[in-house]
Design a protein around this ligand. Sequence first.
Ligand code: FPP
Length: 246
Amino acid sequence: MNAADLLQTIRENGPPRHVAIIMDGNGRWARGRNLPRAFGHRSGMRAVREVVEGTIAAGVEVLSLFAFSQENWQRPASEVKALMTLLQEYIARESDALHAQGVRVRMLGDFSRLAPPVAAAADQLVARTAGNDRLRLNLFISYGSRAELVRAAVQLAREVRDGRLAPEEIDEEAIRARLYTADCPDPDLLIRTSGEQRISNFLLWQAAYAELYMSPVLWPDFTRQHLFEAIVAYQTRDRRFGRVSA
Ligand code: FPP
């Protein structure tokens, strides 16, 4: 099916509310072309634009992108620097278009390790787009799901210590409300590119019932056609949430 037909199918069946993507394969894409890894990441920016526009067209409410994990800090300093520069460049280059398209951007993760100019640029984009409501774009930077859960546990412990919360009040809702994604519905569809079959510490709690879609396509080659194919595949799934079929 071409992209227009896929889009029609998606609209007829009702799109997922929240799509999350582990963008993987930039390095292999570059290696296949004898280019430095940073070129792969740069080409990955085009795919980010594709999926932002594609999710808007499909009527998705929330798009979550794993852009930089806590574990990525362990990459060579030159690659970390290239990724941070790219993030700044992405913000500078895409800010107007994101705002014009009605995208509300949020950056989720441990910002204490970000260089001040990168954090400031991120804050500016978040503030500028705060009033938009067409698509919520969550960019996960310096993010790890286990660290997010530890952070929630520490918050709960402090509240108990300060007498603001009783231990018996700690339930799933109490934890959910202390995650970075507290105001988002859980992801319905989790896509990973480049053929890897892992979750890699992304949204472990939130993706408990997400449908997984592993695409063999390397991230820089991922287009809205691939996104639409993933969503149509999702729409054929029988989501039971632990129950039996209706
Ligand atoms: C994984 O590929 C990708 C990343 C670590 C970075 C993702 C960044 C982008 C898509 C570009 C910038 C986007 C924004 C929003 C600023 P990899 O390096 O792990 O690839 P490999 O597994 O082939 O080595």
